[in-house]
Write a protein that binds this ligand. Structure first.
Ligand code: PLP
Length: 441
């Protein structure tokens, strides 16, 4: 059956973000803890798949909560109130930034961001422009893709939603202004003030507090508080996309907590259900919520506030508390960070190692001038980069790592133990030699 199974999947379903004939999926039939089994082989999940399987595989409490809900009430129109919706809200209010008091539930990060854009535009009408960064990913539909900065937007242009203006990112390793921190005086964020004032009609700014798929870019400590100040002074909304950074990934419930920033809208998904069921959440401030008291909330889906999706949320939050997971992430995160920095000392092809909590990137370079091994253009044209090859070698060796054109994202399930981190690091240490050999001095 195995071969037929892969053939059926490959021939009759799409492999996404891929030239179809290059897609060769492995057959995964089980998973437990921080491991999954592909073509029968045990693989350490060193990226939590797409940075989303935060509780690892097989968490009994979350499974039970979903099963109980399925027994009890499988579906009801979102127009009705349900006990599970009340429980989800109660538990969310405990962990969300305290100013965010009303939620819209969807089924993905993409939809959470689509809702955020519409809400921002209704609230700030007639202002409509949204600023977002080049190095960003916010989703795959025409609105969220317009927000997206990376090459994945290019395929859909010019048909992405209008009204999005791009701003630079706080990428100190490759500063868009070719400046050095702190002498730069945060040119990247101060430029946002200039853009808002000169664009006119700006409704909001959306950022990933720590850029995710585009290379785990951790901003300087002043960045987000300054952006908050600039957006407030200009009467523009701050929207933080915590689809990846939320749910303990950085050792806090949400990454905005690292800097004590309260956004006007926060979007999240992935870890909210530990990815056992699809969920997206758009959380808004009381001011925004109040605005809709006398106005149409002109948005919604059939699967919105789906009882089965919602049933995961309180169970996930309880599991984080029971396991004291935020403290565990802080401890394991500093251990992982130290081990990755040791790798940097040993491998000349590692240009930069950066991260917080259990959210890290290794960025590779092929010479002392920091030339990357692959670019957005390579990905856009469907070219295989040397870092793609490294990721494949790691998979063959039993470690799954999600990668960009020139970096690996190291973001294991938050339940990972020291010895499992060591296992991943040892294999990285061995396989990175492949890129060291390609480094030209
Ligand atoms: N926003 C960010 C920061 C993401 O990383 C992603 C997905 O990786 C999305 C939005 C889109 O989420 P989804 O794939 O659930 O639609």
């Amino acid at each position: 059956m195995d071969e037929d199974l892969v053939k059926l999947v490959k021939e009759h379903t799409f492999g996404t973000w891929k030239v179809q004939k290059t897609w060769n999926p492995l057959n995964v039939d089980k998973a437990e803890g921080v491991y999954f089994y592909a073509n029968g082989k045990k693989i350490l999940d060193f990226s939590s798949q797409l940075v989303n399987v935060n509780l690892g595989y097989g968490n009994k409490e979350v499974i039970k909560s979903i099963e109980d809900q399925l027994e009890n009430l499988q579906y009801i129109s979102p127009a009705f109130a349900t006990e599970v919706r009340a429980r989800a809200v109660k538990s969310l209010l405990e962990v969300m930034p305290s100013n965010l008091t009303k939620f819209f539930f969807s089924t993905s990060g993409t939809e959470a961001n689509e809702a955020a854009i519409k809400i921002a535009r209704f609230y700030k009408s007639p202002s409509y422009k949204i600023l977002s960064r080049y190095r960003s990913y916010h989703g795959s539909t025409l609105g969220s893709l317009a927000l997206t900065g990376d090459y994945r937007r290019w395929y859909a242009e010019p048909n992405v939603a209008p009204g999005v203006v791009k701003i630079p990112e706080p990428y100190c390793y490759r500063c868009p202004f070719k400046l050095k921190y702190p002498e730069c005086n945060l040119a990247c964020v101060n430029y946002v003030d200039y853009v808002i004032k000169n664009e006119g009609n700006v409704a909001g700014v959306i950022v990933e507090p720590i850029t995710g798929t585009n290379g785990v870019i951790v901003p300087p400590k002043e960045y987000l508080p300054t952006l908050r100040k600039i957006t407030r002074e200009n009467d523009v909304l701050l929207i933080t996309d915590e689809v990846m950074t939320g749910w303990g990934r950085v050792g806090e419930w949400f990454a905005v907590n690292l800097w004590g920033v309260q956004p006007d809208i926060l979007t999240t998904a992935k870890g909210a259900s530990a990815s056992y069921v699809p969920i997206g959440i758009t959380a808004v401030s009381k001011e925004i919520a109040d605005f809709f008291e006398d106005k149409m909330f002109a948005h919604g889906h059939t699967f919105e506030a789906h009882p089965v999706s919602l049933s995961a949320i309180p169970a996930v939050i309880e599991e984080y508390k029971r396991m004291n997971l935020l403290a565990h992430v802080k401890a394991m995160g500093s251990y992982l960070g130290e081990r990755l920095k040791e790798l940097k000392e040993r491998h000349k092809s590692i240009g930069d190692v950066r991260g917080v909590g259990l959210f890290w990137a290794i960025e590779f370079v092929k010479d002392e001038k920091q030339t990357p091994f692959g670019t957005y253009e390579d990905k856009y044209e469907g070219r295989v980069t040397e870092v793609d090859i490294l990721a494949k070698k790691l998979l063959d060796e039993g470690v799954y790592v999600f990668n960009g054109p020139s970096w690996l994202v190291i973001s294991p399930p938050l339940i990972i133990k020291k010895e499992e981190i060591d296992e991943g690091i040892e294999k990285l240490d061995e396989k990175i030699k492949y890129l060291d050999e390609k480094f030209s001095s």
